[in-house]
Design a protein around this ligand. Structure first.
Ligand SMILES: [Zn+2]
Length: 412
């Protein structure tokens, strides 16, 4: 047979849409063509597949006209995840492995030139999508990615280290590949806890209330008062994640290649630096990737030095804070990512940080303070809080800023 079909999946936001990899060998001028909206990385697979087959001692049909079609053709495909399906398709079309056995699998994996099977992003999203579609096939994944896919109940996940292992298992009388073992959940202990902090009764109580009610929290205070230390302990106060929520949170991290199996079941804590762009914060790019708000799914997003964040980045937080999701639209595609996180922010009360401090005098002029607070990007939802703070310190912002803050919007 000179035509083979292999099943795989492309990442499309958190959804992993089915992709059929068709490989056709024909007589004619020798060539190797990949069609079906493949990006550069996928097209480079030709070189990796050729080298992996040759270095593994398998025969590469170099004198044939090879066409690989990734269907559906309108779905963008990226990354090295189609290396393994392409190699297996070539081998099946060439009669070196059993096509009927191959049809029982959905597979993904990047190949090294020596034929090792390397990890892919989004293995968990792939497993979740397969289960949602009925889960008839088994999953065949690189060893480094199989453990996270095995977290999804009701699926058979097989793992492979080398292309030759897969080829051996896909012979008519081959022995099945080993199953990936599902991991038990990491204990929540080891996370920083409020018990480590002496004193600070007020902020501790605020954290407890925020944890109980799922409220956002802004910590304002001079440098060195423990704002970051307190904020990092919020996730330990939150109740344990149930399995579905833990899977959802892990799946987003796995999409970005940042899922650590040792932290399975723990709530994520993301603390992007204030130089983060709005794309890094809310997600974006082409193809769309999740941002920090989605990577903090069911966990805590900690923004230290809040006024230093670019205004566009803070504005972009508003919608996901209300809806718990973010829809990223690009000319060609849309992708939706979950973004249900608890926001904890910290800031200094003024540029030097010592406004209102009984220990050290503030060196800032009233003008600098007002620009820092009112001219900054910290907008309406925080305005009441800031006003109360200033009143408690017997400070008055300039008149025009005051009206800008208390009245309706002055610009639009
Ligand atoms: Zn100051």
């Amino acid at each position: 047979m000179s035509l083979a079909t292999v099943y795989s999946r492309a990442l499309d936001g958190l959804a992993a849409a089915p992709v059929t990899v068709e490989v056709h060998l024909a007589n004619g001028l020798p060539s190797f063509t990949v069609v079906g909206l493949a990006d550069t990385e996928v097209k480079e697979a030709r070189e990796r597949v050729r080298a992996a087959l040759q270095n593994s001692g398998l025969s590469f049909p170099a004198n044939k006209r090879i066409t690989v079609n990734l269907a559906p053709a309108d779905l963008p495909k990226e990354g090295g995840r189609f290396d393994l399906p392409m190699a297996l398709g070539l081998l099946a079309a060439n009669g070196q492995i059993d096509a009927a056995r191959l049809a029982r699998f959905e597979c993904a994996g990047e190949l090294s030139l020596a034929g090792e099977v390397r990890a892919v992003r989004g293995a968990l999203a792939m497993a979740l999508a397969l289960r949602q579609d009925g889960g008839e096939r088994e999953l065949l994944l690189p060893e480094a990615s199989a453990a996270e896919a095995a977290l999804v109940d009701g699926l058979v996940v097989r793992q492979a280290r080398h292309l030759l292992d897969v080829v051996a298992a896909l012979q008519p009388d081959g022995e099945a590949l080993p199953r990936a073992a599902a991991l038990t959940r990491a204990a929540a202990c080891g996370q920083p806890d409020l018990a480590d902090i002496k004193g600070q009764a007020g902020p501790k109580r605020a954290l407890e209330i925020a944890a109980a009610g799922g409220h956002s929290l802004l910590l304002v205070g001079p440098p060195g008062t423990g704002k970051s230390m307190l904020a990092r302990r919020l996730s330990a106060l939150l109740p344990a994640l149930d399995d579905e929520a833990a899977l959802e949170s892990a799946a987003v991290l796995s999409l970005a290649g940042q899922f650590d199996i040792a932290r399975w079941g723990q709530r994520p804590l993301r603390s992007p630096h204030h130089s983060a762009s709005s794309v890094a914060l809310v997600g974006g790019g082409s193809p769309p990737r999740p941002g920090e708000i989605s990577l903090a799914q069911h966990g805590v997003l900690f923004l230290d030095e809040l006024p230093e964040f670019p205004r566009a980045a803070l504005e972009a937080l508003r919608e996901p804070l209300e809806t718990g999701r973010i829809l990223i639209s690009r000319a060609a595609r849309q992708a939706e990512f979950p973004a249900r996180f608890q926001l904890v922010a910290a800031m200094n009360p003024c540029p030097c940080g010592h406004l209102g401090s009984p220990l050290k005098a503030c060196r800032c002029s009233p003008d600098q303070v007002s620009r820092y607070l009112w001219g900054s990007k910290v907008r309406a939802p925080l305005s009441k809080l800031l006003r109360q703070l200033l009143q408690s310190w017997r400070l008055q912002p300039p008149r025009d800023a005051w009206t800008d803050f208390t009245g309706s919007c002055q610009r639009c």
